[in-house]
Design a binder for this molecule. Structure first.
Ligand code: DP6
Length: 423
């Protein structure tokens, strides 16, 4: 088939959108590298796909000669073990498809010989370290499952997405999600379940500080392998600390108990980074900016007498801050903009992204308002407070969000319905 030629036969396409997630009890360490089985349970919050998500279009046609994938417009190889495992597991579960208006009939046995095209796009920078692989792999599995009429539910699909990237299994649901580590050797019981949906605790507001960094980070995959091999703290964490924390965290979420939620979230992030330091050679994911953000939140929480904001950091310097409600979120944004005003040449529109109504709540309309923000009250007695313009690349204001959805609007498709190639 030529580059832009119409297919001789039919093309069936499906487009889906899947959120990213941030862990509040971290997954760090595998007991099986190939099946991606973790050494402990983890819990995450799904982020609103309006601000952070992956959109994936998958297509099948008898005219396709091999499986192909494009990520953010560039063709990438599907040869890796993780992609192959996901494709194989989904194909195994494919069933009959009948699409009358297009004259498409696919029998279950046909799927083995049909090839797929996949195009995926992140609505946030892939390189920013915002769990793009979690949303991406979850979306790939979800979209293929719809294309191939797979009957399995989201829980069972999560066990397939897990084989693409561990944290991806938690992106199959909205709200708060637990990844149960499971006991079976084949990994069949290592899957995600929803703890509560996104409406349960909808007062929460999430602010992400994308921290500028020049450093090339150790990937999660190799970092956790090194921790499993060398850190005694990780062993203690997985066996003794996390099982208790998981129960406490589930309780805190169900009861919307923010102080307990915040204490557990911060403690778990800090312990994860302590494990990284306890790894030989040590791994440093946070930088000075990350540390400064922790100190801003800790001082403020202490001054308030009870936690207002929780912080958590993954395998990189970006801060994910969870505020107990909108009022707190607007005060948090004021504090963050006070310490980290935009760098030279930046404007507010490209510095605060996502749900920018928080800026309005904070009374900030332009750069002038940022310049005149007052010193936060808890720092009145501090000897010196240094402003760090340019240390944060941008902020994203978001909230807990829903799980994957199929997009029926064809204009959102990333593949041309006639050629099956990227639009
Ligand atoms: C720090 O899911 O990216 O974000 O399973 O090897 O693909 P692989 O790793 P990945 O690790 C995520 C680690 C983390 C914590 C978390 O999301 O729970």
């Amino acid at each position: 088939m030529g580059a832009q030629e119409k297919c001789q036969n039919w093309v069936r396409i499906v487009t889906a959108q899947t959120p990213t997630n941030i862990a509040v009890i971290k997954y760090w360490g595998k007991r099986d590298e190939s099946l991606i089985l973790p050494i402990n349970d983890s819990i995450s919050v799904t982020l609103d796909p309006n601000h952070l998500c992956t959109t994936t279009t998958v297509a099948v046609s008898p005219d396709f000669s091999h499986d192909r994938m494009w990520l953010n417009g560039k063709e990438i190889s599907l040869a890796g073990e993780r992609y192959q495992n996901c494709l194989r597991e989904i194909r195994k579960r494919a069933s009959d498809v009948e699409e009358e208006e297009k004259g498409i009939t696919i029998a279950k046995k046909d799927w083995e010989n049909l090839h797929v095209h996949i195009a995926s796009y992140n609505n946030f920078p892939t390189a920013a370290g915002l769990a793009s692989s979690a949303a991406g792999l979850a979306c790939l599995v979800f979209a293929l499952a719809k294309l191939m009429n797979v009957k399995e539910d989201e829980g069972q699909l999560s066990a397939i997405a897990r084989q693409g990237s561990g944290s991806a299994c938690r992106s199959l649901f909205g709200g708060f999600v637990k990844w149960i580590m499971g006991n079976n050797e084949d990994g069949s019981d290592s899957l995600a379940v929803q703890v509560t949906d996104e409406k349960h605790w909808d007062e929460l507001v999430i602010l992400i500080a994308v921290v500028s960094s020049r450093q090339k980070e150790t990937s999660s995959t190799s970092g956790m392998r090194e921790s499993v091999e060398t850190s005694l703290l990780l062993k203690h964490r997985a066996e003794e600390i996390v099982p208790k924390r998981i129960l406490q965290m589930e309780e805190a979420i169900k009861n919307k108990d923010f102080p307990s939620f915040a204490r557990l979230t911060c403690a778990d992030s800090n312990q994860f980074h302590a494990v990284c330091l306890d790894t030989t050679p040590p791994i440093f994911y946070m930088n000075d900016t990350s540390h400064k953000i922790i100190s801003i939140v800790e001082k403020w929480n202490r001054a308030e007498g009870t936690p207002q904001v929780a912080y958590t950091f993954d395998a990189g310097p970006n801060a994910v801050l969870i505020a107990r409600n909108r009022q707190v979120a607007s005060e948090l944004l004021q504090r963050l903009l006070y310490h980290f005003p935009p760098g030279a040449g930046a404007d507010l529109n490209s510095y605060v992204l996502g749900d920018t109504s928080i800026l309005h709540d904070a009374g900030i309309k332009g750069l002038k308002d940022v310049e005149s923000l007052p010193l936060p009250s808890e720092l009145q007695d501090a000897n010196s407070v240094k402003k760090c313009a340019g240390d944060v690349s941008y902020f994203i204001c978001t909230k807990p969000g829903q799980g994957p959805v199929v997009l029926s609007d064809d204009s959102k498709a990333l593949l041309d319905p006639e050629t099956g190639l990227p639009k």
